[in-house]
Ligand binder design. Structure first.
Ligand SMILES: NC(=O)c1ccc[n+]([C@@H]2O[C@H](COP(=O)([O-])OP(=O)(O)OC[C@H]3O[C@@H](n4cnc5c(N)ncnc54)[C@H](O)[C@@H]3O)[C@@H](O)[C@H]2O)c1
Length: 323
């Protein structure tokens, strides 16, 4: 027998497509709603795909009236920090206004379980690492601000309308499904591991390291990478918790381990057996030296444990990119 019905908005994107596959494998009834603005139909491994925009309230209402939806997982956002600085309206419209639209329709149809993809960018420049959930929220770009706004809106909606939510603040999502059939596909690609692997494949000439004079072990920035299937697993644990009637909450999701940019390139060289050309460049504005998650809360309350190592992340991503 199928379990509950979950609407995954943004399920044709990188993280959403892995979520959809895992939910389906666990027996949930899954519906994907996506406008394919940055997603791909061929990343969706199930048949129940609806092409639609979150701005289209009447289409959303149709979905809610035709299906008995138990919970909604939201991945449908724009994600490029640099673009959000140049064109904040695009980000506030899609990442804030369109989420409010979705919440309106959910409340109208009495669906009150919501899982939201937030980001470590809500913290801004860290005052302490590892970063705990109660660290001050001082996002330094419209992307991070848009996510923080929704977190605050959700708090108010819980109090006023009894909307139950779980926010997950991801650090750096990476890796691909072990099947090699779905993986990270952003255009333009701005994330470190795919850029390194595209260099290994000869699709790019070199990989830039921005800043080699940080106060870190080898002078390059340190980041926390978490495998996309570990993220998906945490969402399922968060979903089960919400469906049991547990209260709204916010969790960091990372591996809890920090790797320097140089270490990541070195690991990629070992896995791909390619000589990856590196160009050392000046620091970029807004890049903190070290970002590492404290995931104690997710481990304790969700009984979640990330399973994939950095090697696993790069190996699965390499399988995907080299196909
Ligand atoms: N990738 C990361 O490292 C990372 C880190 C932190 C947080 N996040 C968050 O995770 C979520 C997913 O990120 P991703 O890397 O999978 O991005 P992605 O661009 O691959 O996926 C986003 C999906 O949402 C869809 N979408 C966007 N706007 C929509 C709209 N108005 N209506 C319907 N569908 C819409 C896109 O077509 C796409 O399929 C985002 O909310 C992002 O902010 C990602």
């Amino acid at each position: 027998m199928k379990k509950e019905t979950v609407l995954v908005v943004g399920g044709a994107g990188y993280i959403g497509s892995h979520q959809v596959k895992m939910l389906n494998e666990k027996g949930y009834n899954v519906i994907v709603y996506d406008n394919l603005s940055t997603g791909y139909r061929d990343l969706v491994t199930i048949d129940t795909f609806i092409e639609g925009d979150l701005a289209d309230k009447s289409k959303l209402k149709e979905v809610f009236s035709n299906n008995k939806i138990d919970a909604v997982i939201h991945f449908a956002a724009f994600i490029e920090v640099g673009e959000s600085v140049k064109n904040p309206a695009k980000y506030y419209y899609n990442n804030v206004v369109n989420v409010i639209n979705l919440l309106d329709v959910m409340l109208e149809y009495n669906v009150n379980n919501f899982i939201f993809s937030s980001t470590a960018a809500v913290y801004g420049e860290p005052e302490e690492v590892p970063i705990q959930e109660d660290h001050p929220k001082k996002p330094i770009n419209p992307y991070g601000k848009s996510k923080h706004m929704i977190e605050q809106i959700l708090e108010d909606y819980d109090k006023a309308y009894d909307l139950k939510y779980t926010c997950f603040r991801y650090f750096n999502a990476a890796g691909a499904d072990d099947s090699g059939k779905i993986g990270e596909k952003h255009d333009p690609e701005t994330h470190l591991i795919p850029l390194i692997l595209k260099t290994a494949l000869g699709e790019r000439d070199e990989i830039y390291i921005f800043g080699t004079d940080y106060n870190t072990k080898d002078g390059t920035c340190i980041r926390d990478f978490v495998h996309v299937n570990d993220l998906a697993d945490a969402h399922i644990k968060g979903l089960e918790r919400l469906l049991k009637g547990e209260p709204s909450d916010v969790f960091n999701l990372g591996s809890g381990n920090g790797y320097s940019v140089k270490e990541i390139i070195e690991t990629a060289r070992e896995i791909t057996l390619e000589d990856i050309k590196v160009v050392e460049a000046e620091r970029r504005a807004g890049d903190p030296a070290v970002l590492i998650a404290d995931c104690t809360k997710a481990k304790k309350l969700l009984n979640w444990e990330p399973k994939y190592s950095l090697e696993d992340i790069i190996r699965t991503a390499w399988k995907w990119h080299s196909q």
